[in-house]
Ligand binder design. Structure first.
Ligand code: PFF
Ligand code: NA
Length: 456
């Protein structure tokens, strides 16, 4: 059977961008930049983007395009030429993707709930108690009572699953591409509209000052550099089978280099927009509450479901700005979730020679059931654990092993030649240098540091 293909170049880029832009851009990047030198963080961040993000993306796009398969097939074909068995690496990546998919969907479910609450701010004034006690039902029951099933969390998760499975069922062109073409422009419009209103509120510019004020002394801190590289790998969705699957649907004539640059630049540009949005809101909130910005700044789940709801309470027209924020979160999350599920589904299709619909039913069906573990009162605990392990260990290890094999066992220059042959502009020898030396060194340093931190 003929492999499916993207309909247009824009469609492919929007799908890849949809995968890359996710919760991480909105709730991880702004805090990370603030903590690691503010405006000065952009130096290591830009460096990581150029020396790791773009080369890695070109490499994955080339592999998917050339070998025409999901991760297990790509690595298995790659190994065959050299008499090596590498399929396991693909399955390891698919496995990580599957794990991410089942907890990511829980967060999208929470965001859907909060989208509905935001019209009337039914979270009340104590948003902390609301999220943890009333919504997640923590503290109500002892931590040993983890199995308590929460229907009000399961239902929005089921909604998220239905949207994702609809896109995957319908296929590359009609489903994923069409969804991305709606979701990505919508996401940008929503975020720009939010920024456009928030920037004029008192305190917003002070918030931005906090974010962008450079602390150049941080540039000499190794921690800041490892934060920048870690953020780039996570943010671009590389190393978990996703970009391989997406690029396997590219038409023969495709400009790999250009597509990779566009995807990376749009993702990183969106991160900066989110930074402006989040710090604008936090600056306004600090001003309204007469607090220092350092007392309100946060990241992750706490930022999205405790701090932001409290800030929305203080905003003008909260019934408009609130739903806009949570819809943006839902859209950013869903487009990433679709890409993760596609990575798993396409691997199952390749391996078992199943039709798309059968493979999708299998993957979404099992995924749905397993993800219900997060609709219990133990959900947050489980999520924290899994998220920590994935971000700090599994993801980095997977990128590291992929790089070692590709850049040291095989000739990375061949991949560059391949990409250059079908691209309008060519990348030079710096590409090899980045993938053979800079990226693996940085990955190894971060990985070791994280493992040490985990053990101690
Ligand atoms: N790249 C996305 C982000 O920065 O939020 C998150 C993500 C997408 C992580 C897909 C993992 C994934 F498989
Ligand atoms: Na991202």
């Amino acid at each position: 059977m003929q492999r499916e293909q993207w309909n247009s170049r824009v469609g492919f880029i929007l799908a890849a961008v949809g995968s890359a832009i996710g919760l991480g851009n909105i709730w991880r990047f702004p805090y990370m930049a603030y903590e690691n030198g503010g405006g000065a963080f952009f130096i290591p961040y830009l460096f990581a983007m150029l020396s790791a993000g773009i080369p890695f993306m070109i490499m994955e796009f080339s592999l998917g395009h050339r070998l025409r398969g999901a991760a297990p097939k790509v690595f298995s074909k790659l190994g065959q030429n050299y008499g090596l068995r590498l399929e396991w690496l693909g399955w390891f990546q698919v496995f990580i993707a599957a794990i991410i998919a089942i907890y990511y969907v829980a967060i999208i479910g929470w965001a859907i709930s909060f989208f509905s609450f935001s019209f009337t701010q039914s979270w009340g004034t104590d948003t902390n108690a609301f999220f943890f006690k009333e919504y997640l039902q923590l503290g109500e029951h002892s931590p040993t009572n983890l199995g308590l099933f929460q229907m009000h969390i399961a239902i929005p998760m089921a909604i998220a699953w239905s949207i994702t499975s609809l896109a995957i069922f319908t296929g590359v062109k009609g489903g994923i591409e069409r969804a991305s073409k709606i979701m990505m422009p919508l996401l940008f419009i929503m975020v720009l509209a939010l920024i456009g209103r928030i920037i004029f509120l008192p305190g917003a510019l002070e918030g931005l000052n906090y974010l962008f004020e450079p602390d150049f002394s941080k540039i000499f801190d190794a921690k800041v550099w490892s934060a920048a590289y870690g953020q780039i790998f996570f943010s671009l969705s590389v190393g978990f089978a996703i970009m391989l699957a997406y690029s396997s649907y590219l038409p023969d004539k495709s400009d790999i280099n250009n597509n990779a640059f566009m995807t990376v630049l749009i993702n990183c540009g969106f991160s900066i927009l989110s930074g402006i949005l989040i710090f604008g809101v936090l600056g306004y909130m600090a001003m309204e509450q007469g607090k220092a910005l350092t007392d309100v700044v946060s990241s992750g789940v706490g930022l999205a479901f405790v701090t932001i709801p409290a800030a929305i309470n203080l905003l003008p027209a909260p019934y408009i700005l609130g739903p806009l924020f949570f819809l943006a979160l839902v859209v950013a999350g869903l487009s990433s979730h679709i890409s993760i599920i596609e990575a798993v589904t396409s691997a199952v299709m390749d391996k078992l020679h199943l039709s798309r619909k059968r493979a999708a039913s299998l993957v979404c069906g099992i995924g749905f059931i397993v993800s219900m573990a997060f609709a219990t009162s133990g959900g947050l605990l489980l999520l924290d654990l899994v998220d920590y392990f994935i971000n700090n260990v599994a993801l980095l290890a997977s990128c590291f092993v992929e790089l070692l094999i590709l850049a040291w066992l095989f000739k990375i220059a061949d991949i560059r030649d391949y990409a250059n042959r079908i691209s309008e502009f060519t990348v030079g020898h710096w590409f090899d240098l980045c993938l053979r030396f800079i990226s693996p060194t940085m990955l190894a340093i971060i990985l070791v540091k994280n493992l040490v931190n985990t053990i101690s």
